[in-house]
Each structure stands twice: as C-alpha cells, then as structure tokens.
Design a protein around this ligand. Structure first.
Ligand SMILES: CC(C)(COP(=O)(O)OP(=O)(O)OC[C@H]1O[C@@H](n2cnc3c(N)ncnc32)[C@H](O)[C@@H]1OP(=O)(O)O)[C@@H](O)C(=O)NCCC(=O)NCCS
Length: 113
C-alpha cells in the first residue's frame, strides 16, 4: 500500500487540511486498528490507504471502515465511491466485491506535479 513516491504522513496531513477530504480511523480500546483516507472531488468520492492492522483483520473491521467512509461521502453529496487497487494487490478485489464494488473497464492516468 505504501510506495516510495508517497509519504503517508504528508498524505494524511493533506487529507486533513481540506474541507472535502478527511481521515477516518477505527479504534478499539483507545488504540487505532484501522484507517482510511476519503475525499470528494466534486464528482466522485475516493478512498485511499484503507488498512486494518493484521491482528484485527477478518473480523468485519474493513467492512465497518468502508461503510463509515461511504456514509461520510454520502453526507458530502458524492453519488458514487471509487478506489484504485494496485495490480500487485489484486487479491483484495474479492474483499471489495463482497462489499458491492465492481471492477470497471477504466484505465487510470496520472501526472505528478
Ligand atoms: C483489505 C482489508 C482492509 C480487509 O479488512 P478486513 O477487516 O480483513 O475485512 P473484513 O473482515 O471486514 O471482511 C469483509 C468480507 O471480505 C472478505 N475478505 C476480506 N479480505 C479478503 C481477501 N483478501 N480476499 C477475499 N475476501 C476477503 C471477508 O471474508 C468478509 O467476507 P464475509 O462478509 O463473507 O464474511 C485488510 O485485509 C487490509 O488492511 N489489507 C492490507 C491493506 C490493503 O491491501 N488495503 C487495500 C488497499 S486498496
């Protein structure tokens, strides 16, 4: 999930600095066990950095965090939630499919500033 070109701390700070993006965290016993960056671009809502600590996976926590992110996006007025999965992490697609997400026939292009 973390790549050399991305600094997660900087990315989380940036998400917290705009009114249309945020970081949602999942806590148990006052300890963070999961997080997701979520943002509305005015057309679609996007998730980034969804992760649950390994010892808290497979207990419905990922589902809870995605549900919370969807609720946050709906509240912002976003009509649809989107996310990108790295080809090297394609095993996670089954998780998203269980939550109602479908693989779309779209290529994603990017340009770094
Ligand atoms: C992907 C991730 C967030 C899932 O969180 P989780 O808490 O383990 O998921 P849940 O327990 O809520 O699972 C929900 C459903 O998805 C299924 N599921 C979870 N991970 C799965 C996987 N890798 N492959 C297939 N199904 C999976 C669960 O069995 C469950 O199914 P059920 O409702 O039929 O019981 C977690 O594995 C993770 O943090 N992975 C590493 C980071 C990562 O890859 N993030 C995604 C970046 S795009």
């Amino acid at each position: 999930m973390i790549r050399p070109q991305n600094d997660p701390v900087e990315d989380f700070d940036l998400a917290l600095s705009t009114s249309t993006s945020t970081v949602l965290i999942l806590e148990t016993d006052q300890k963070i066990i999961g997080a997701v960056v979520v943002g509305f671009d005015g057309h679609r809502g996007w998730f980034y950095y969804l992760g649950i600590k390994p010892d808290h996976q497979n207990s419905g926590n990922g589902r809870s965090l995605v549900t919370a992110a969807e609720e946050w996006l709906r509240h912002q007025g976003a009509p649809k939630a989107m996310l990108m999965v790295r080809r090297t992490n394609s095993a996670v697609i089954e998780f998203y499919e269980k939550l109602g997400y479908k693989v779309e026939d779209t290529l994603v292009l990017g340009k770094r500033f």
